[in-house]
Design a protein around this ligand. Structure first.
Ligand SMILES: Cc1cc2nc3c(=O)[nH]c(=O)nc-3n(C[C@H](O)[C@H](O)[C@H](O)COP(=O)(O)OP(=O)(O)OC[C@H]3O[C@@H](n4cnc5c(N)ncnc54)[C@H](O)[C@@H]3O)c2cc1C
Length: 414
């Protein structure tokens, strides 16, 4: 990352960390968050504009399968790649800048970023896409850990804790809790461990069709996981039951503190960013009006952090499916036009859930297909994602085409 010539602008400091304006005459599209959503929109527009990815971390992690680190210490190397390697793999298609977004300035032209060397700078853009995703309890995500070395050390710690523990509580009966309990049930020393799944309600996997609960309940019980329904986890419970390791899987959390100063009224109560049906950031709850005006025409949000009028289940397939709706709008703004591509009223459900290394389910709208082998795909996707981040654009394009056609088929069921 080169920082050189100063440019006139507002405080704290204005420096050039990427050439702006670009000599090739193209507009600059700054995408904050270089994970699933960031990549998805970035690669869709990098032939139309100069894409700059900004991420607080120095590496990508394929989070969906990091639970496997609980049983496989080498897994961490299969799900992580540095952004420097990614930038090199794509050979000039984009620029990567490591830094944390602090503030989206009210001017609609600059953002305040704290760079990896701690300097706070204002960086310019023509179009901004906020793709800052979700937060989660450690070890699924660890707040403040930004280097690949530190993250791998955390995943090792997770592995060692699970190895040593004799009485484990996994808290949460959603997808992450079920997947994690399922993974630990296949630990080489599982027979020496008591594995507990603490569920607040009376059902597992409430996010998807109810028959998924039956499959998960049966499979986990057969693998000797003790499921405690209608139970709230407390410190007192931990003491009473003698849990020596507690893994909290109680859901994604959203935060967009960087909007507070200038666009605070665009942040929903749960921390997501409201977007209109063109993915532009708006100050109106899209549940009440999907066609409201943008706070600025050139500021978009995408991925888990954005709340659309569909309030869809957040996962990778839905992000990939929605690419065809955001990309033309970003391109329109690059070309000085108004966005016109509106999201659909309803989105199909397509979710893959693994329970252990091979068993799993595909949920497609109201159909649940549970079988041995249906969970394995999720782990092989990890390999594809690392290839994509290393520069295999063709793999990303293949995945994109597959998901768009699958969604088109599922949408016919409405
Ligand atoms: C354990 C687990 C299992 C999952 N399994 C699946 C699955 O099997 N299939 C599936 O489809 N989905 C799965 N999901 C959901 C999937 O991971 C998310 O839908 C997806 O990662 C969202 O992508 P995103 O790019 O919006 O956000 P994220 O992946 O959260 O990425 C956000 C990025 O923004 C960066 N960032 C955040 N704040 C800032 C800031 N202020 N400044 C700069 N950078 C910032 C972060 O460092 C990160 O790189 C799972 C999620 C979890 C937690």
């Amino acid at each position: 990352m080169g920082c050189s010539n100063t440019t006139p602008s507002s405080s704290p400091t204005a420096v050039t960390v990427y050439p702006y304006p670009h000599q090739n005459g193209k507009k600059t599209v700054v995408v904050v968050g270089y994970s699933i959503a960031g990549y998805t929109i970035g690669e869709a527009v990098w032939d139309d504009g100069n894409v700059v990815f900004i991420d607080a971390r120095d590496h990508f992690e394929y989070v969906p399968t990091n639970i496997k680190s609980s049983v496989d210490q080498g897994w961490k190397d299969k799900i992580t790649v540095t952004y420097a390697e990614s930038e090199q793999g794509y050979n000039g298609k984009f620029k990567f800048v490591q830094g944390s977004l602090l503030n989206v300035n009210g001017d609609g032209k600059t953002i305040e970023v704290q760079l990896a060397d701690k300097r706070k700078v204002n960086l310019p853009y023509d179009v901004l896409v906020l793709a800052t995703g979700f937060k989660y309890e450690s070890p699924i995500k660890t707040e403040g850990v930004v280097t690949i070395t530190d993250r791998k050390a955390k995943l090792d710690e997770f592995h060692n804790q699970v190895k040593a523990a004799k009485n484990i509580a996994v808290v949460g009966g959603g997808i992450v809790g079920v997947e994690l309990a399922g993974e630990i049930a296949f630990h080489p020393q599982a027979s020496e461990k008591k594995i507990n799944l603490i569920v607040r309600g009376d059902k597992l996997l409430k996010q998807v069709h109810s028959s998924a609960h039956e499959h998960a309940d049966k499979f986990l019980k057969e693998k000797n996981v003790n499921i405690h329904y209608n139970t709230t986890y407390t410190e007192a419970l931990k003491k009473k039951e003698g849990y020596d390791l507690v893994l909290v899987c109680d859901g994604q959390r959203y935060q967009a503190p960087y909007l507070k100063k200038s666009f605070g009224s665009s942040v929903a109560k749960n921390g997501q960013i409201w977007v209109n049906d063109y993915f532009q950031v708006t100050a109106v709850d899209p549940a009440t009006n999907g066609k409201s005006a943008a706070v600025k025409d050139n500021i978009f949000a995408f991925g888990d952090i954005c709340r659309t009028s569909m309030n869809e289940v957040k996962n990778i397939p839905s992000i990939k499916f929605l690419r065809q709706f955001i990309a033309p709008n970003v391109k329109a703004v690059i070309n000085g036009q108004a966005p016109t591509t509106s999201i659909p009223k309803k989105i199909p459900v397509f979710v893959a859930i693994s329970i252990g290394p091979t068993y799993g389910m595909y949920v497609q709208n109201d159909s649940v297909y549970a079988a041995e082998g249906n969970g394995s795909g999720k782990f092989s996707f990890s390999e594809d994602y690392i290839k994509i981040w290393k520069g295999a654009h063709d793999v990303a394009k293949g995945q994109q085409a597959y998901l768009e056609s699958t969604y088109a088929d599922l949408a016919k069921q409405f």
